[in-house]
Design a protein. Structure first.
Lengths: 122, 597
């Protein structure tokens, strides 16, 4: 360790990795439906794509978790995004490419991707 | 995918390891692999969470779900239900974290943690102690960087002085003053050392810090070395702490690789390296001069003070010797400032204190509370009270050198000066809770047995004196004591206190003196009435069957291991007191409460 900058670099690199362990309010919670129906419809690649995108961008204000069957199996894979203020957005029939867009547009920039939401389907 | 969506923190402290956490980690890793989740879910082995009574403990982030008393058989269910399908396995969740609506609340809202404040234990149960990057992520080595690049050695000492930090090993001497003395002592070569020879029965605070956050010790010792002008450090740690030794060695190795130990740290002129010295488990080696003698390679025996270690320590060179927990506070003080530390605690005792709470208490474990917290809060609010609805009788602090705090002083705010004033001491932080079934003479005898075993034999008052104390105590517990014996006991206590060579001998009579002070009536009951009020001392207990209550069911006779009970079915049974070994099996077997002692 030859400088403080070097230490800072390690700290920043690690920040995203350990962020999941902090219990701070104000984080964006992304919930992927991972019941049998969701997994069969391809929820796992969705979840993986989201994790990769979060890592790539070094986001520390969002975490991904999972839940069971939401009851709308025909719309799976379903992803629910809870903003820091508790607002819930439900995205349906997701795939990896859509997942990346949700991270970029919704989580990073705060713009709901309306075309993927359950509202758009009705 | 390098970034895991969930982290499973499994306690790898000694407590949970002995209740099988290693097996759980293995089962978890193979079950995750089976479900192809090994890249999504990261398993992290951490240090002690503190709630040892509920081990093995597992906490899952980001949700913060707290699973307790997990067994390897539970793992497939947790992986299938929780990690794959996202359903919390409520059966295994610590019940206090389950809310009425069956959702899971944060661990920080649970009684056990709510009333605590973690400074020395800040990283225990949070980071993987074998990964330096995780330590750095939680601001590790930032304080060392700040000290080396922004502060002069004297400024560091001034900051520690201003913080009001006092030695956590027991005596409570001002840490800043100790640093100052060592810095001011003339000498071409100086050392820093750490006392990790935690020997009090029931104490495991230092072990938990070493196991859970070894880098905090390394960083603090480097800071201390810079402040006092040393370039070499020694950690004296007992060989009975294999996990702590292993993790500390890994941590030292990693710090060397990163150049956080070695030459020109952070590109400055400061050079520092350290090594471990293993103790063979002699209690006296926790005494500072004996500890240094042992580090030098000699038989661990104390030497006269003064000169104090700050003047003539290791190899006659000025040496700074602090306890593990003291060091664990240093980086927090540097990072957050003395003014922050100053606001915590009482007027003369700043900061927090870690206690290893054991004995007759529900939540056996490790707690860290601000100085000034009352014993009642520790025992009832955090410790969850006494099991089986028994009454609190006393708490023993300071181990074999300390004393007891009786029930009527339970509201005393715990700090160095208050505990000394009531005849106990802070000690290193072992806190043994005793209920109404504890005999205070027996407790004093227990501690004396310990000191007699551990006396190094160098001075007569300790070698012979403690032996005589134990003999008198044994006589009393056997019902052969007289009132004169109690006076003799007390007189001898003071003689040893005044004449023993080192701290071990000088404090050895404390358990007797403090029990005599608060529970003299129990001593008198033993010698005058020949009774042990708590029913512990076997020679003074005799079991009787109440003929009125006895239904003649023969259950007691069938359970008696020595065949001391006889009688006819449906008629009252009788105990033959000559044969009876007073094991109490009959009393607990009786369904009619007919047997009393």
């Amino acid at each position: 360790m030859k400088s403080l900058a070097e230490l800072e670099q390690i700290r920043n690199k690690m920040a995203a990795k350990i962020n999941v362990r902090s219990e701070t309010d104000g984080d964006i919670r992304i919930v992927v439906g991972m019941a049998t129906c969701g997994i069969a419809a391809g929820a796992r690649p969705v979840l993986a794509a989201m994790m990769e995108e979060i890592e790539k961008r070094g986001l520390t204000n969002a975490y991904v978790t999972q839940t069971g069957c939401v009851g709308m199996c025909k719309y799976e894979p379903i992803v629910e995004v809870y903003d820091a203020d508790g607002t819930k957005t439900t995205y349906i029939k997701m795939d990896a490419a859509k997942a990346v867009r949700v991270i970029n547009e919704h989580v990073v920039n705060g713009n709901v991707v309306s075309e993927f939401t359950i509202g758009a389907a009705n | 995918m390098e970034l895991a969506r969930a982290h499973v923190l499994v306690c790898g402290g000694t407590g949970c390891t002995s209740s099988g956490s290693e097996k759980i980690i293995n089962a978890l890793e193979s079950a995750l692999k089976e479900k192809n989740l090994e890249n999504e879910i990261k398993v992290v082995k951490t240090g002690c969470f503190g709630l040892c009574a509920l081990g093995p403990i597992m906490i899952v982030y980001p949700e913060g779900v707290f699973y307790s008393m997990v067994t390897p058989e539970d793992i497939p269910e947790i992986v299938e239900e929780y990690f794959l399908k996202g359903r919390v396995v409520k059966r295994l969740v610590y019940k206090e974290t389950l809310t009425e609506g069956d959702s899971v609340k944060s661990l920080n809202e649970v009684d056990f943690y709510k009333n605590q404040m973690r400074i020395a234990l800040r990283n225990c149960g949070v980071i993987n102690p074998e990964d330096i990057d995780e330590y750095i992520a939680y601001d590790g080595y930032k304080a060392l960087g700040k000290v080396l690049t922004e502060m002069k050695p004297q400024e560091v000492i001034d900051e520690i002085k201003k913080s009001g930090l006092r030695g956590r090993g027991g005596a409570g001497f001002s840490t800043g003053m100790k640093w100052q003395f060592t810095a001011d002592a003339p000498g071409d070569k100086k050392f820093v050392a750490c006392n990790a020879d935690e020997g009090d029965p029931g104490a495991f605070m230092d072990r938990s810090v070493l196991e859970g956050d070894p880098h905090s010790l390394i960083e603090a010792m480097a800071i201390a070395a810079y402040a006092v002008g040393a370039d070499r450090g020694f950690v004296y740690i007992r060989a009975e702490y294999p996990i702590a030794v292993k993790r500390l060695n890994i941590a030292i190795e990693q710090a060397r690789e990163y150049g956080l130990l070695g030459n020109n740290i952070f590109g400055t002129d400061f050079c520092f390296d350290m090594e471990l010295r293993l103790g063979a488990g002699a209690f006296v080696c926790g005494e500072e001069t004996a500890l240094m003698t042992s580090i030098e390679g000699h038989r661990g025996e104390p030497r006269p003070r003064p000169p104090f270690p700050a003047i003539k320590g290791l190899w006659q060179k000025p040496t700074l010797l602090n306890n593990v927990e003291t060091y664990a506070n240093i980086t927090a003080i540097i990072n957050k400032g003395a003014d922050w530390f100053n606001t915590i605690g009482t007027e003369k005792s700043k900061g927090t204190k870690v206690f290893a709470v054991g004995g007759k208490i529900n939540n056996t474990g490790l707690v860290e509370v601000p100085m000034g917290t009352t014993l009642r809060e520790v025992v009832y609010d955090i410790g969850g009270g006494i099991p089986n609805g028994k009454k609190f009788k006393a708490a023993q602090t300071g181990g074999p050198s300390g004393g007891c705090i009786p029930a009527h002083l339970i509201d005393t705010p715990i700090d160095y000066d208050n505990l000394t004033a009531i005849g106990s001491m802070m000690g290193s932080g072992g806190l043994i809770v005793m209920d109404e079934d504890t005999c205070m003479v027996d407790i004093a005898k227990f501690f004396l047995e310990f000191t007699v075993d551990e006396s190094c034999g160098k001075c007569t008052p300790c070698r012979v004196g403690t032996k005589r104390l134990l003999e008198i105590l044994t006589k009393i517990t056997e019902g052969k004591g007289t009132l004169e014996d109690i006076d003799k006991l007390e007189e001898l206590c003071y003689a040893i206190k005044d004449s023993a060579f080192c701290g071990l001998g000088q404090t050895a009579p404390n358990p007797i003196l403090s029990t005599l002070k608060y529970f003299r009536d129990e001593y008198i009951a033993h010698v005058v009435d020949k009774k042990c009020p708590a029913g512990v001392c076997k020679a003074l207990v005799s079991y009787k069957i109440d003929p009125e209550k006895c239904k003649g069911c023969s259950l007691c006779a069938r359970n008696c291991p020595v065949g001391a009970i006889s009688g006819k079915i449906k008629e009252p049974y009788v105990i033959d007191t000559d044969k009876c070994i007073k094991c109490g099996v009959c009393a607990s077997a009786c369904k009619f409460n007919a047997i009393s002692k």
